[in-house]
Design a protein around this ligand. Structure first.
Ligand SMILES: [Mg+2]
Length: 439
């Protein structure tokens, strides 16, 4: 509906003169990012139940795993908590040391999913193309919307106020001509702010920043760049592209473009066909033995497998990610000889990857992901394997349909009986599935 209005209005305007057509054709992208999403949404939820409730945004507070367990991690923090140098991702134990009065609230993903939906629905009222980027971030294509909304920067402020006044939480909005610059802009000072980062502002606003702040530059890339003597985004922008390519391959070219404010990514409102399926879980305790680790891995394979089958696809690459108690990340992946949608096949691959990757250091996060998903299936198994996997595939599908009718817990593998490990794991995914079931 909005789309039609948008295109018709644009056509009318196009007839009226060339100059206006030129100004209309300038791409305008917003990146909207909810400030401290989990914490803000929890505050909104508390206030919706009792309007006199204490607003956790106004006190030192964090969202984090169960504090009674030793290894909960800070998932989101209030601004007063930030003043105590509390960082997202740090153990709650450390956070508590920095601020003895800290209020710790356990995460409630079903609340976040509801607020996320309301957030996206509001954006869809104002933009013909909204691309959700994560639970609390989205891009809006506002190209040509001046006719309806006026100046794009003024309207970004109107939108920011509307979100705050109607939904109760604040956002940052980055305004630019492409997704990368809009995203970088929304990350400037927070909260409740609109920032622009147009190409002509790149030199002043982007180049002085340290390279770590550039989208797509992770820890290992920043280390390599530092070895090359590159410390700021501006220095990266001026580095010889062939040198970057020889040091960092394709990734070197991508970040060189980004440092120069170039991003040709197109904004889409339809979700790309899901090419990869993965889940991970942060444990509330140190995982020190192989049996427990494998049970968690199996529970992750259960949810990943169910999603693959629900989408009617087959995957051919499996990977396992482990993060130990010192925050070291290890990932291993393998390509299967055939495509599969069978939980047991994914699990077999994950177990061998796990054995290769794990050095007996206590674990805190385990993840299983799969990729190269496609609706086409090919087999290279011998006859015995083919029969075995065919049977398992049918069994998996039957179990999926029982679970969708009678609930996830209606069928469980025997190894999960009397086990502390949830038989179907996957953090947000589970909450998401549950809240979707409720609707
Ligand atoms: Mg955010």
């Amino acid at each position: 509906m909005i789309k039609n209005v948008f295109y018709e209005l644009q056509n009318i305007k196009c007839d009226s003169g060339k100059e206006e057509v030129d100004s209309m054709s300038k791409t305008i992208i917003y990146h909207i990012d909810v400030n401290s999403a989990f914490l803000s949404w929890q505050a909104c939820q508390d206030l919706s139940i009792d309007e006199k409730a204490l607003d956790i945004r106004t006190i030192p507070a964090v969202i984090g795993g169960n504090e009674q367990e030793r290894h909960g991690i800070v998932l989101a923090k209030s601004i007063p908590a930030k003043a105590y140098q509390i960082r997202t991702g740090e153990p709650l134990v450390n956070a508590r040391k920095k601020c003895p009065n800290l209020k710790v609230i356990p995460p409630d993903f079903s609340v976040y999913v509801e607020y996320s939906k309301a957030f996206i629905a509001l954006l869809q009222k104002h933009s013909p193309v909204v691309e959700q980027y994560s639970i609390d971030e989205a891009f809006c294509d506002m190209t040509g919307m001046e006719i309806l909304h006026g100046n794009p920067v003024d309207f970004a402020n109107t939108l920011r106020n509307e979100i705050r006044d109607t939904l109760g939480f604040t956002v940052n909005i980055g305004v630019s001509t492409n997704k990368l610059l809009a995203k970088m802009a929304s990350d400037f000072t927070k909260p409740d702010k609109v920032h622009t980062l147009f190409p002509e502002e790149v030199e002043k606003k982007l180049w002085p920043l340290p390279i770590e702040e550039l989208f797509y530059v992770g820890k290992s890339t920043s280390k390599k760049l530092h070895l090359l003597g590159i410390k700021t985004i501006g220095e990266l922008a001026h580095t010889d592209r062939t040198l970057l390519k020889s040091e960092l391959k394709k990734h070197g070219e991508v970040i060189h473009d980004y440092a120069n404010g170039i991003d040709n990514g197109v904004l889409t409102d339809h979700t790309e066909p899901n090419k990869g399926y993965g889940n991970s879980i942060t444990t509330h305790y140190d995982v020190t033995d192989r049996d427990t680790a494998l049970k968690i891995i199996l529970s992750l394979c259960e949810t990943v497998g169910a999603r693959i089958r629900a989408d009617g696809v087959y995957i051919s690459v499996v990977s396992v990610t482990l993060v130990d108690c010192e925050f070291h990340h290890v990932s291993r992946q393998m390509t299967l000889p055939s495509t599969t949608n069978v939980t047991e096949r994914i699990y077999e691959a994950a177990v061998s990857l796990f054995d290769e990757a794990w050095h007996k250091v206590p674990l805190r996060l385990l993840g299983v992901s799969t990729s190269h998903a496609s609706p086409d299936k090919y087999e290279q198994y011998n006859l015995f394997d083919m029969e075995k996997y065919e049977k398992l595939s049918n069994l998996n599908t039957a179990i999926d349909s029982i679970r969708s009718r009678y609930g996830e817990d209606s069928v469980k593998r025997a190894c999960f009986l009397n086990s502390e490990t949830d038989h179907m794991s996957g953090g947000l995914q589970k909450a998401k599935r549950n809240s979707e079931n409720k609707v």
